[in-house]
Structures are given as structure tokens and as C-alpha cells.
Design a binder for this molecule. Structure first.
Ligand SMILES: *Cc1c(COP(=O)(O)O)cnc(C)c1O
Length: 239
């Protein structure tokens, strides 16, 4: 078996990678991972994370029929996606990056799913925009499964409180959980923890797994994997 992390080091940079081939490879590996764990491959969705990829680098994925994309930065998304969505109106956009409350308006206007709700002040800002605009993106709570001080996400033992406050104080329905395991840890225990929390709280969407570990995430029950590098190529350092 090839080591997926080593294969990623060999990926050409964004702009030079063969996007359609990368997509096909990831889809095939997702299918194998689903079948290995006796899951229906149709129950696992591929969020193609196109942060830092310019519009003309995303087009090959759209032309290959892919319609589910993830972004990390609001301003970049506002610059790229309205024109692309005009050409491909059935595109579904997921916001997976850290979200500032003062960007809630743009986020609610453009995105169909927001993966990074992690505090009550952001819940309040989102609730206000949802009321005002009538748009209702699905919302996931980001969980800091490694309890890393510098990382976004709510601590695992605070999920229940935040869920209750979102529902009771703001009338927000929460659909799922998301995590980004610490880079230096084996990811599976983090995926297992997130899966357990989602079961305990009856949340159907489980967003976990990136280029290096999406197969493991699928084995642990991911419904959405977020894959960038393996599709679009290596990013310059920022993201
Ligand atoms: C960048 C990013 C991804 C994709 O990471 P790759 O390793 O390039 O697949 C997934 N999720 C989040 C939250 C990200 O910021």
C-alpha cells in the first residue's frame, strides 16, 4: 500500500496538478474505503477544498461533474464563486475555515453548509443573518478533539452545552460535527471521538478526514471528507 502522506509530497503544485485525475483517484479510494468498512459509498460525500485555487483551476473539477466544494476564506470565496455559480448553479458550497462573526452576513449569503461554528457569539451572529436573509445554511459544530489551545473548535466536553445554547437561545438547528485532528497525532482516535459525540447527540453529518487520512475517516463513519491537496495539488504555505 502506498503511504498517502508520502504521495502528497509528490503532488505537483496548484495549477500544475491534473485535477480530473486527482478527483478520479480520490473517488476510487473513497469507494474502496467505504466498501472495506461495509458502508454504502453513496453515504460519503467529497468536499473538494479549493482554497487558494483560482477559478480557472476549479473549472476542470466542475467540468468533470463535481459540484461540492469547500473554502476557507470569505473574501476569496466572494471573489471567486458568484461567477462560477452562475455557470454551475447546482454547486453546493461548504465553508470549512475559521469564521469571524463580522463575516456572518457573507457566509450565510454564499454558503450552503458552515462547518466551523464553535462559540455562542458566532451562533448569535449567524442566527441574526439567517433571520434577516431567510437563507438557512446547515450548521456543524467544530470540535477541538485534541484540546489544542491555539486551535479553533469547542472542547469535547463543551459540545453538549453549545448545542443546547444554539437550540434554546438562538433557535438554530445543528446538523453535525467537524474536527481537524492535531497534525502530530494518529487521526483515528480523534475520528472515533467525533463519531461517538455525533451518535450521542443524534447528529447526522460527520465532517472529518483530509488528503492524508480520509480513508481512515471513512472507516470511522465520516459522511463528508474535505480533500484539497490530493485533488488540486500542493498549496503555497499559507493554507
Ligand atoms: C485545507 C483544509 C482541508 C484540506 O486539506 P488537504 O490536506 O489539502 O486535503 C480540509 N479541511 C480544512 C478545515 C482545511 O482548512
Amino acid at each position: 500500500m502506498t503511504d498517502p502522506a508520502a504521495a502528497l509530497d509528490d503532488k505537483p503544485p496548484v495549477g500544475e496538478a491534473d485535477v480530473a485525475a486527482g478527483l478520479a483517484e480520490v473517488r476510487a479510494a473513497m469507494q474502496r474505503a467505504a466498501q472495506d468498512s461495509e458502508r454504502d459509498p453513496a453515504s460519503v460525500h467529497l468536499v473538494a477544498v479549493s482554497k487558494t485555487v483560482p477559478a480557472d483551476g476549479i473549472l476542470p473539477a466542475l467540468e468533470a461533474g463535481h459540484r461540492l466544494f469547500g473554502e476557507n476564506y470569505i473574501q476569496e470565496s466572494v471573489n471567486k464563486w458568484p461567477a462560477l455559480k452562475e455557470r454551475f448553479p447546482d454547486t453546493e458550497l461548504h465553508f470549512v475555515g475559521p469564521l469571524q462573526s463580522n463575516k456572518a452576513r457573507e457566509a450565510v449569503a454564499l454558503f450552503d453548509v458552515i462547518h466551523s461554528l464553535d462559540r455562542l457569539s458566532l451562533a448569535a451572529a449567524l442566527a441574526k443573518e439567517i433571520d434577516r436573509s431567510g437563507r438557512t445554511p446547515k450548521l456543524l459544530i467544530q470540535v477541538n478533539t485534541g484540546d489544542e489551545t491555539q486551535k479553533a473548535g469547542v472542547a469535547p466536553d463543551q459540545v453538549e452545552t453549545l448545542l443546547a445554547e444554539c437550540r434554546e437561545t438562538h433557535g438554530l438547528a445543528i446538523q453535525g460535527l467537524m474536527c481537524i485532528p492535531p497534525a502530530e497525532d494518529p487521526p483515528s482516535p480523534h475520528f472515533a471521538l467525533l463519531a461517538r459525540l455525533s451518535r450521542e447527540h443524534g447528529l447526522p453529518i460527520l465532517s472529518m478526514g483530509m488528503s492524508a487520512d480520509y480513508a481512515a475517516a471513512i472507516q470511522m463513519g465520516a459522511t463528508h471528507v474535505r480533500v484539497g491537496t490530493a485533488i488540486f495539488g500542493r498549496r503555497a504555505k499559507r493554507g
